[in-house]
Design a protein around this ligand. Structure first.
Ligand code: NAP
Ligand code: MG
Length: 483
């Protein structure tokens, strides 16, 4: 690649790329090489205020753009995302360390998301309601106003789209705060929105630290709603701060989801899909089914097959086509994940495979970890309770359906999960009994754009995706007309 100066990335406010008012910047490190490759503007409360003012000014116009024109603008943005698919995917892959094939899927998902909500714009509206009075009650569906969208580093472009598309569809204006480690595709999305014809000020992007820029966004009095995806710890702080001026808040937080494998499961499918439902994005997935519960009669067989599959994984550079497992987001995060390996062993679990740092020279400076399998895990162990957010799976045996449900529900979290069985009655019974927001039966994947997504318990509040999210980006106004 040769020597080149790091990229310089400014904020995107009111249609302009500009540095932070303070002039501060922070470095972006490539997680696969440890090299600094970009300098990013470090926005603070002053920049957030300028961005929020810009979004507030844009509100009056954007909410009045008629439904057909707004639909066309979002469709144009979806098209531009597809036109730029390869460059966006490469940027995301390099920035987050994820395999290029996964990055392409995520960019496509972002485009799909804008198309879906473009189509929703002229299909949601108010109602006329038969009230007990002489007259007509109408409901108007109105935008909430300026929305602060705060996103994490694991699926940056996809999660940005999940929030931006419905928020824009419902006529809101936006200040988007990407994660410090992955600001690049958010900035590109903001530029593509302008290129699509979405007016300046409707979508502003402020990079900067969560504790400073993120906090200022949550506190800003002109921001009417915060949609946050990230850790439960920060989600708690966001919810407390939002309470001060009754901001609307939706939270998508952590998970420690259970994957229940009954003895009658189709293991040819269940084994590889169970592996990928925890190892996708190197386990840095809030939906990771990181607790695998296996009925005792097939426990040993399952473990043997799972270990074989882990042993044949191709760990490699994110931009290489054949890579199946890329690196983690940073060496600091990799080390935090790796700390769970001796911890699990000390708790008495059996490490069947992995958990080491790869020794190959081309991976030596990157944030890599060989995916690990712990067997004989007890539900009370820290490795079974805490969200590791990396390529570590805990496998534990169970005897009865009731026991499997009890273990699955023994968690502060409730985001995702899977059930593997050929018995349809049991599948439905267990699906009803598991405390979670989304669930898949006989597959490892349950996130679909068209269906609501979100968590129960400490996994979050409110829903994203589907038509359900539109209620979170609009207010109902009831208007009574006397006759
Ligand atoms: P995080 O530390 O909570 O950060 C998420 C976002 O919040 C980042 O943009 C971060 O900015 C910002 N932030 C940090 N402190 C803040 C504060 N005090 N006020 C306002 N914003 C603040 O989470 P993460 O480490 O990026 O991501 C991992 C976590 O996200 C995991 O727990 C995972 O389960 C969860 N997650 C959940 C979902 C879901 O849909 N349920 C999806 C993906 C991830 P900085 O980057 O500058 O710190
Ligand atoms: Mg963090």
């Amino acid at each position: 690649m040769g020597l080149s100066l790091p990229m310089m990335e400014h904020l995107l406010i009111d249609g302009d790329r500009r540095p932070a008012v303070s002039g501060s910047q922070f470095d972006l490190t490539d997680p696969a090489t440890g090299q600094v490759w970009a300098a990013i503007a470090a926005g603070d409360a002053v920049d957030v205020d300028i961005a929020v003012q810009s979004a507030d000014r844009a509100r009056g116009h954007w909410r009045k753009v008629n439904s057909r024109d707004r639909t066309r603008l979002l469709l144009r943005l979806a098209d531009l995302i597809r036109v730029n698919l390869e460059s966006l995917a490469r940027l995301e892959s390099r920035n987050a360390g994820k395999p290029i094939r996964e990055a392409r899927d995520e960019v496509n998902l972002a485009a799909d998301c804008f198309e879906y909500y473009a189509g929703a714009i002229n299909k949601v509206g108010g109602q006329t309601i038969p009230v007990a009075a002489a007259g007509t009650s109408l409901t108007f569906r109105e935008p909430v106003g300026v929305c602060g969208l705060i996103i994490p580093w694991n699926f940056p472009i996809a999660i940005a789209a999940w929030k931006l598309a419905p928020a824009l569809a419902m006529g809101n204006t936006i200040v988007l705060k990407p994660a410090s480690q992955t600001p690049l595709t958010a900035l590109r999305l903001g530029e593509l929105a302008l290129e699509a014809g979405i007016p300046p000020g409707v979508l502003n992007v402020v990079t900067g630290s969560g504790a400073i820029a993120g906090n200022a966004l949550v506190r800003h009095p002109l921001v009417r709603k915060i949609s946050f995806t990230g850790s439960t710890e920060v989600g708690i702080q966001v919810m407390k701060l939002a309470a001060e001026d009754i901001k609307r808040v939706t939270l998508e937080l952590g998970g420690k989801s259970a994957n229940l494998i009954f003895a009658d499961a189709d293991l040819d499918l269940a084994v590889p899909k169970s592996m990928w439902s925890v190892l996708g994005n190197a386990g840095q997935d809030c939906c990771a089914r990181s607790r695998i519960l296996v009925q005792r009669s097939i426990y040993d067989t399952f473990l043997t097959q799972l270990t074989q599959q882990f042993q044949s994984l191709k760990i490699g550079l994110p931009l290489e086509e054949s890579t199946e497992i890329g690196c983690l987001i940073s060496t600091a995060h990799r080390d935090r994940v790796a700390d769970y390996i001796p911890m699990g062993q000390a708790e008495g679990a059996t490490l069947l495979w992995g958990g080491t740092i790869p020794t190959a020279a081309h991976l030596a400076d990157g944030a890599y970890l060989v995916p690990a399998i712990f067997a004989d895990v007890q539900p009370t162990m820290r490795i079974a309770q805490e969200e590791i957010f990396g390529p570590v799976v805990c496998v534990m045996p169970f005897d009865t359906e009731a026991e499997a449900i009890a273990i699955a529900n023994d968690s502060f979290y409730g985001l995702s999960g899977s059930i593997w069985t050929r018995d349809i009655g049991r599948a439905l019974r267990v699906a009803r009994a598991i405390e979670t927001g989304v669930l898949s039966i006989n597959t490892g994947h349950s996130v679909h754009l068209e269906a609501p997504f979100g968590g129960v318990k400490r996994s979050g509040l409110g829903r994203e995706l589907g038509m359900a999210v539109l209620d979170h980006y609009s207010e109902f106004k009831s208007v009574f007309i006397a006759e």
